[in-house]
Design a protein around this ligand. Structure first.
Ligand code: ADP
Ligand code: MG
Length: 251
């Protein structure tokens, strides 16, 4: 059963057709990877799911509701969380604060500044936030200023900020970009744990090790068009994919 349906999505930037009649159907509780060369339109596609970009035509339906024409925080309230290509954290706040804010937003429908009181650091949201930090291996850095974290740690922090919201759908744009092999492997394990909890994931990823470790299904985007969609083992051997993605080299 699908939870996210994209039908005939088109998006142009001036004369550039970034997405061209994209159709995609994401199965509930699955990990769906989107791969493709740089500039293929992967981030543009994801941005259309979260209210960052308005497609020119087409539909995006999540759990039976249209995600188009509603605000990013309303999409988030429906159970959609995302990790963007560039980490977006509150750099001046502590690591723990960064996870508590989306925790409050999830509970209250919005983050209210008057909820922000050091005493509340002992409540259930603080406890949940600490548990999330433990999951991503950042519990030892809870009191550090988030802006000073390494890039890999920032990405893991963003993941904790998403997971604290108990999302139904998690969108990840290159979650392991810039990470060492060891950090990448830790992130794969973490994503496997999240997937096992039944969270549907759409992952854009360059690293084929990550893709083939996680994905149940893979869509290949090239020049704004889905050129293949299949099981990982089928995608590996697809000559069209090898041609478009790696100029003929083997995946
Ligand atoms: P990918 O994530 O697959 O690398 P993108 O979705 O970022 O690709 O970009 C797809 C195409 O759209 C690229 O040619 C890119 O330069 C262009 N593009 C993306 N965002 C914008 C924008 N805001 N304005 C103009 N062109 C854009
Ligand atoms: Mg991108």
């Amino acid at each position: 059963m699908s939870i996210l349906n994209i039908v005939d999505l088109n998006k142009s930037f001036g004369g550039l057709r970034a997405l061209s009649n994209v159709n995609l159907s994401i199965d509930k509780a699955s990990v769906h990877a989107i791969i493709g060369p740089n500039g293929a339109g992967k981030s543009t596609l994801l941005n259309c799911f979260v209210g960052r970009l308005e497609p020119d035509t087409g539909s995006v339906t999540f759990d039976g509701k249209s995600l188009l024409g509603i605000k990013p925080h309303e999409i988030n309230q429906l159970g959609v969380s995302r990790v963007f290509q560039t980490p977006e954290i509150f750099g001046d706040l502590t690591v723990l604060d960064n996870v508590m804010i989306p925790g409050f937003a999830r509970r209250d429908g919005a983050f209210r500044i008057n909820a922000w009181n050091p005493v509340r650091r002992k409540g259930p949201i603080a406890e949940k936030a600490m548990a999330m930090l433990k999951d991503v291996g950042l519990d030892g850095k809870a009191d550090q200023v988030a802006g000073q974290l390494s890039r890999g740690d920032k990405r893991r922090l963003e993941l904790a900020m998403c997971v604290v919201q108990d999302p139904k759908l998690l969108l990840l744009d290159e979650p392991t970009a810039g990470m060492s092999r060891a950090d990448t492997n830790k992130t794969i394990e973490l994503m496997q744990t999240i997937a096992k909890r039944g969270v549907t994931m759409v992952v854009i990823e360059h690293d084929m090790h990550v893709v083939f470790s996680l994905a149940h299904k893979i869509s290949v985007l090239a020049q704004g068009t889905v050129i293949a969609e299949d099981l990982p083992e089928k995608i590996k051997g697809d000559p069209r994919v090898q041609e478009a993605y790696l100029g003929g080299a083997h995946l």
